[in-house]
Design a protein around this ligand. Structure first.
Ligand code: DWN
Length: 412
């Protein structure tokens, strides 16, 4: 068990979620009963580079197939966060018509569209064909590729289609640096692609919040890595970049950090404080992760007990959000159609399909008011405020919500 990043041969496993189906491997009804592979899902801490990662390697082509269902534009909260990020870069970096912003894992253009509106040239890079087609249809120039050092070399050399030689004034990499097996190649590619004086912003959930708030369901095969400031400081240094600044967004994806990297050193007090905080709580030591498995098992028991108790009282239960994290939650806890009848989701690419492994049908969100389940388990708990606001009519009609993390509870 060597570390994928630094090769350390003493990575320390601390949580085993068993064999689970792929979290975005939604099942077509006509394929029900067919092969649905499950893969080991075990998480370890590397004492060398301080990065937490899973031990199983699932091929990128399997994780991100042609019909990959995740589209970023189904959360108003995420869209607003992304707009603030983009406009902050335009103003803070003085970006204009002569600049270039490149987003890695640009999905459907949800973030780059803000730069286009501001008159700043962009290039989106994403391996999911439908999302790239959507982005280009929306006027966000995007190419369908996995990013890495080879692609970066081609882009800088002007050896990619009609793009011509290019380097970026800003590179945005949101929710992608958890997903790339060759993270070293990815970071080396960003360094190559970044213009002198430019900035790279990397956004990922913070592993501290995953542990503190028992967000075990955010662990799935797409997420190879679970990041910290300590990890990024070492990663940047390894590739001749400087980690200069960090911002914290507690209400995004269960707690997200945005790291700022550049060719030039410009370290801020915020980063010094964050690194000191992580060190003071021991986030860069195995001890921080050691007792996590027991807390996850307790949450599983508490949630199963709650759902079984409600069903025993004759209550009906549905779920909201055919999220990747929802698949880990349903499969690890063992929440089948005996407990949760169906799942609703706004994303039409997911409606009509079945949840991985547990096979609840995924319906349009209108089904909540039409079928009036007594309770709705919010699998997309990271957007619980937005979802409960949106579903106020269901709440007014007596429907109640269950939020599974940091501890299972009925809310209204
Ligand atoms: O890293 C990743 C994160 C950022 O997004 C990707 N690997 C895949 C994805 O993970 P996820 O599927 O757990 O992400 P979400 O965005 O938390 O999933 C929310 C789900 O809920 C989506 O399917 C959309 C849906 N939704 C909805 O139906 N109505 C979301 C909102 C906000 C809503 O109002």
């Amino acid at each position: 068990m060597r570390c994928r990043i630094c090769g350390h041969d003493g990575v320390q496993p601390f949580l085993d979620l068993g064999k689970t189906p792929l979290s975005d491997g939604l099942v077509r009804p006509e394929n029900l009963g067919g092969p649905e592979p499950r893969y080991p899902l075990e998480v370890a801490f590397c004492p060398g580079c301080k990065i937490v990662h899973i031990l199983e390697d699932v091929a990128q082509e399997i994780l991100f197939p042609e019909d990959y269902p995740y589209f970023s534009s189904f959360s108003e909260h995420l869209l607003a966060h992304s707009r603030r990020h983009a406009l902050g870069l335009v103003e803070g970096r003085g970006l204009g018509a002569g600049s270039l912003v490149v987003e890695l894992a640009s999905n459907d253009g949800y973030l780059l569209q803000n730069f286009v509106e501001a008159g700043v040239p962009v290039l989106g890079i994403d391996p999911a064909p439908a999302q790239v087609a959507q982005a280009n249809a929306n006027g966000v120039r995007s190419i369908c590729e996995f990013f890495g050092v080879e692609l970066a070399e081609r882009l800088v050399a002007g050896d990619y289609g009609d793009l011509g030689p290019l380097q970026a004034d800003a590179i945005v990499a949101n929710n992608v640096c958890a997903h790339v097996p060759d993270l070293n190649g990815f970071v080396a590619g960003m360094k190559l692609l970044l213009k002198p004086g430019g900035v790279i912003t990397v956004e990922n959930p913070w592993v501290r919040d995953l542990i503190d708030h028992c967000e075990f369901d955010t662990i799935y095969h797409e997420h190879l890595y679970y990041h910290s400031c300590a990890g990024w400081a070492r990663l940047a240094e390894r590739h001749g970049l400087h980690l200069n600044h960090v911002e914290y967004f507690p209400d995004l994806h269960g707690g997200t950090l945005r790291w700022h990297l550049a060719h030039e050193p410009a370290r801020t007090p915020a980063l010094d404080a964050a690194l000191a905080d992580e060190q003071s709580i021991g986030l860069d030591t195995f001890a921080y992760y050691e007792g996590f498995a027991k807390r996850v098992e307790q949450l599983k028991a508490d949630l199963l007990g709650l759902l079984r108790g409600l069903r025993a009282e004759g209550a009906t239960i549905a779920a909201y959000g055919a999220a990747a994290k929802g698949s880990t939650m349903l499969n690890y806890v063992g929440i089948g159609t005996d407990l949760v009848d169906f799942v609703v989701d706004r994303n039409p690419h997911k409606q009509g399909l079945l949840m991985p492994g547990t096979h609840q049908p995924i319906l349009d969100v209108d089904a909540l008011l039409e079928r009036r389940p007594d309770y709705t388990l919010i699998l997309a708990w990271n957007f619980k405020d937005e979802i409960m606001r949106q579903q106020s009519a269901y709440d007014d009609a007596g429907g109640r919500f269950i939020v599974p993390v940091p501890r299972p509870e009925v809310v209204s």
